[in-house]
Design a protein around this ligand. Structure first.
Ligand code: NAP
Length: 240
C-alpha cells in the first residue's frame, strides 16, 4: 500500500483530496494545524468508506517541525515511503497593497510557499530513491492571473508555480512528477465570507466549484496513469 500525505486535510479541498486518495487505495496521512475535531472527522469519513488513514499534525510554516515529524515518521516506517505529497495547506489574508501589514504578507508566504518548500525538500529524496513519486501543489488562479487585494496570496501561489516547474525538471528522470492545480472559486471555509451570488456571475460556468471536483483532478495526477504529465499548472475554474 502506498502512502499519501495531504497537508491541510482537516477541511475543504484537502479533506476531499484525502477522501479521494483513500478511495484510490492510498493510506492517507491527514495533516492539519490545529482543528483536531475536523481532522478526526476526515479520518472517520475515510474509514467509513473502507479506507485507511492517520493524523499527522504539524504547522507547515515551521520548517523544523516539518523536518522532525516527517523524519520521525520515516524512521518508524523503514520499509515504506510517502509516494504522494499534496501541498494543499494555505491561508488568505486579503488587503490592498498599501494597507498590507508585515504579518499579512509573511503569514501567507510562510504557510503556502515556505510550507510547500519544507515538506517537499524533506520527502522528494525518498521519492527519487524509490524512483516513483507524485507531488501536487494546490495553487490558485490568483497566482496565474493576479487578483486585486491578494498581492500576498498571488505572490505565494506564483512562487509555488515557479517551484513546481523547476522541480519537475530535477525529478522527471526518476519518475517523480510535480504538478500544480489552480482552482478558481471553490466552496469551502476559505470562501464562505465571499458574496457567491455576485462572484459567480464572473465565472463562465456561473457557479463555484466543489472540493470534490478538485479532488478528482488530484486523484488523476496522483495515479500511475498521469506519469507523462509533469511541470504543468492545471486550472479548475469553470473557465474563469
Ligand atoms: P480551508 O477550507 O480554509 O482549509 C484550510 C486547511 O489548511 C485546513 O485544513 C487548515 O488546518 C490547513 N492549514 C492552514 N494553515 C496551516 C498550517 N500552517 N499548517 C498546516 N495546515 C494548515 O481552505 P481551502 O479552501 O480548502 O483551501 C485549500 C487550498 O486550496 C489552499 O492552498 C488555498 O489557497 C487553495 N485554493 C482555494 C480556493 C477556494 O476557492 N477555496 C481557490 C484557489 C485555491 P486547520 O483545520 O487545522 O486550521
Amino acid at each position: 500500500m502506498k502512502y499519501a500525505l495531504v497537508t491541510g486535510a482537516s477541511r475543504g479541498i484537502g479533506r476531499a483530496i484525502a477522501i479521494k486518495l483513500a478511495q484510490d487505495g492510498f493510506f492517507v496521512l491527514i495533516n492539519y494545524q490545529s482543528n483536531i475535531s475536523a481532522a478526526e472527522e476526515t479520518k472517520t469519513l475515510i474509514e467509513a468508506n473502507g479506507g485507511t488513514a492517520e493524523l499527522l499534525p504539524f504547522d507547515v510554516a515551521d520548517g523544523a517541525a516539518v523536518e522532525k515529524t516527517l523524519t520521525e515518521w520515516q524512521a518508524a516506517h523503514e520499509d515504506e515511503y510517502i509516494a504522494v505529497l499534496v501541498n494543499n495547506a494555505g491561508i488568505r489574508r486579503d488587503n490592498l497593497m498599501f494597507w498590507l501589514t508585515d504579518e499579512e504578507w509573511k503569514s501567507v508566504l510562510d504557510t503556502s510557499l515556505n510550507g510547500t518548500f519544507y515538506t517537499t525538500r524533506t520527502l522528494v529524496k525518498y521519492m527519487m530513491n524509490k524512483k516513483f513519486g507524485r507531488i501536487i501543489n494546490i495553487v490558485s488562479i490568483s497566482g496565474v492571473n493576479g487578483m486585486a487585494g491578494q498581492t500576498n496570496y498571488s505572490a505565494a501561489k506564483a512562487g509555488i508555480i515557479g517551484l513546481t516547474k523547476s522541480l519537475a525538471l530535477e525529478t522527471a528522470k526518476k519518475r517523480v512528477t510535480v504538478n500544480a492545480i489552480a482552482p478558481g472559486f471553490i466552496e469551502t471555509d476559505m470562501t464562505k465570507d465571499l458574496n457567491q451570488d455576485e462572484l459567480k456571475k464572473l465565472v463562465p460556468a456561473q457557479r463555484f466549484g466543489k472540493a470534490e471536483e478538485v479532488a478528482d483532478l488530484a486523484g488523476f495526477l496522483a495515479s500511475e496513469k498521469a506519469g507523462y504529465i509533469t511541470g504543468q499548472v492545471v486550472a479548475i475554474s469553470g473557465g474563469l
